[in-house]
Design a protein around this ligand. Sequence first.
Ligand code: NIG
Ligand code: FE
Length: 410
Amino acid sequence: MLIKNIKLLAGTREDNFLLRGKQLAKLSCIENAFLIIQDGLIAAYGKMADFAHRDNDFTGQVDASDQTILPAWCDSHTHLVFASSREDEFVDKIKGLSYAEIAARGGGILNSAKKLNAASESELFNMAWKRLEEVSRLGTGAIEIKSGYGLSVEGELKMLRVIKKLKEKSDLLIKATFLGAHTYPPEFKENHSGYMDCIINEMLPAIGAEKLADYIDVFCETGFFSPEETETICKAGMRHGLKPKLHANQLNLSGGVQIGVKLGAISVDHLETMDDVSTFELANSGTIGTLLPTAAFFLRMPFQPARKLIDAGCAIALASDYNPGSSPSGNMNLVIAMSCIQMKMLPEEAINAATINGAYAMELENETGSITIGKKANLIFTKPIPSLAYFPYSFGTNLIDRVMIKGRFI
Ligand code: NIG
Ligand code: FE
């Protein structure tokens, strides 16, 4: 397929590397470009002036004269499998209760766990499938999905089997993360070591045997899992081949960033609460800092200190955290707009953080995240926009005309 006369082809990249510091602002673009797709992959691209083929060499042709084309979003942190929404808690929060207070009353994650354990695998699959379709129409082409609403052997395995089925049936690139350590279930409230044993000796061996997960996650947070517990669980996961991707420093300076860096985690995610030491350690590591601004927005927390992190030399990714409790939206366009508006990221920085760096945060950098020969043709075709900056500027407007996944319009 030939796509020709593209007004702006953004995110072209010949060499693949994780962007940090000043590199994040470099988004290379070609005006009046062409793009050739073969077998679902990007086969060639360049300036129209250099287009050397004949039009009838192609079976399909698209004229994109008034369109900008971008790599599809790489959303590296979601909890997209869940059984029910939680807008009742949303109203409780409006009335003044905090996230921690709601959790202490058996709401929050425990509320989601109760509903998930009551739902069947096929019900969960159908709900998750709809959400996956919804986010792909919003431009997401690769996504990480966590367990963590089971909190029981059967519940966690059920969630991971749903994610496995999504991987098999969907054209999106999907990675699965085991988050059994999301919170302590009520029966283990006073017996933390009992739940740790269950994770380490029951859940992980079953997950390893069925190859149900790529990564291990722990909610390292005051009132949830301590840094020591986080380290123990991650090390057990690593023995089953699962690399850590952690929930760190969301509500407090939890020590999660340090543990993640020490264990060589792929990413430490959230980072609403950062100090100079954590920032410095992250900047001097190979671990990616994944920022989830819609979660900060929804919980009315201070936004992540993106500018400070970028200027310190950290490698930053952006993700949606799509989940029923702290970010009931998987809209990456909104994530990007919020990052520019509230965290003062440049449009180029936000787009890079949501594409190539997001791909790195799922180890999918050789398959997606940029317009590069040999990568999947996962592309966003915008409606007519005057410039790239217009995209985050015009927040709340759907500026996506069409989305292509593996060379096919969805
Ligand atoms: O990433 N912080 C922990 N986990 C989720 C929220 C889970 C929930 O409230 O259901 C998050 O924000
Ligand atoms: Fe999360």
